[in-house]
Design a binder for this molecule. Structure first.
Ligand code: ATR
Length: 278
């Protein structure tokens, strides 16, 4: 293979040293013995558009996008997937051969696949979902729940206006309730999701009493540091089915890797351990 045909992808952000994406993609490149590269690129906000536009011509096949560019990238992209448009953010770019930039959002896909890979029979259509949080992660999750057949999602956020905005963007299947009252809806839920940053190392815990949770309810968290958040521990003690957030991070990376490098990777225990080490 000549040097010019070696595929290169990147994660674009500012700063970029927190990103686990290089570890993830380089693990798969080496596992499949693919002659390709995946690098972190710290993009200076002053040159954002020029830098992104230059990448295709430099031989990049694609990129992941992280903080603070996930929303801003939609202003530059030439083609936007429906799910990225409704979420209002993209995390996966493909530099098309004709020079155009295609922006997609795979966070919702990662969210669904993470649950379905552990509980094959689970579907968002099986009952009511309760979602805590109304930030970017929540947007991707609401889109995914509706796509998977959900008919009712109870949404609560500390700042109620952000939840109301999601209701107006996603429609009447979303029902907004007060942050201080959401505990009353847990006993009717078949799925409960923490889409806030609460419970993450160094952050406060979720202030929501969980004693209403029923046995077998599917409970999942976007937080994966720590892997077993106290939210998930409480849920497990109540006999709920629990799914940690690390798998969402891994699954959201799969469509990009497959598009750029031509192989669909799996989630393995070795990879999970690699990502939580350090
Ligand atoms: P992300 O894109 O990861 O979702 P975000 O847009 O900053 O990040 O959203 C973070 C979410 O965590 C929001 O729902 C936020 O609630 P607010 O909209 O009220 O800020 C929630 N969150 C963060 N810290 C919180 C806290 N101390 N109490 C309650 N909710 C909190």
């Amino acid at each position: 293979m000549s040097l010019s045909t070696i595929p290169v992808a990147a994660v674009l952000g500012h700063p970029i040293n927190h990103s686990k994406s290089p570890k993830l993609h380089n693990y798969w490149l080496s596992l499949f013995d693919i002659d390709g590269h995946y690098i972190p690129l710290d993009i200076d906000p002053r040159n954002f558009e020029n830098s992104i536009r230059a990448l295709g011509g430099l031989g990049f096949v694609g990129a992941n996008v992280t903080i603070p560019y996930k929303e801003k990238i939609l202003k530059i992209a030439d083609k936007i997937s429906d799910r990225a448009a409704i979420i209002g953010a993209a995390n996966t770019l493909t530099f098309l051969p004709d020079g155009r930039i295609y922006a997609d959002n795979t966070d919702g896909y990662g969210f669904l696949q993470n649950i379905k890979s552990k509980y094959k029979d689970w579907s968002a259509s099986e009952g009511i979902s309760v979602v805590f949080g109304a930030g970017g992660a929540s947007r991707a999750i609401l889109g995914a729940l509706l796509e998977d057949g959900s008919n009712e999602v109870i949404l609560a956020n500390r700042t109620r206006s952000r939840a109301d905005q999601l209701r107006s963007d996603f429609g009447a299947k979303i029902k907004v309730v007060d942050w201080m009252k959401v505990q009353n809806y847990l006993s009717d839920a078949s799925t409960v999701i923490n889409a806030t940053s609460l419970g993450m190392d160094g952050q406060a815990e979720l202030p929501i009493p969980l004693n209403g949770l029923k046995k077998n309810t599917l409970v999942t968290d976007i937080v994966y540091t720590p892997l077993k958040t106290s939210f998930l521990e409480h849920a497990a003690k109540r006999g709920c089915r629990t799914v940690d957030g690390l798998g969402m991070l891994i699954h959201q990376a799969i469509p990009g890797f497959e598009r750029w490098f031509g192989v669909k990777p799996d989630v393995s225990e070795n990879l999970r351990e690699l990502l939580i080490s350090q």
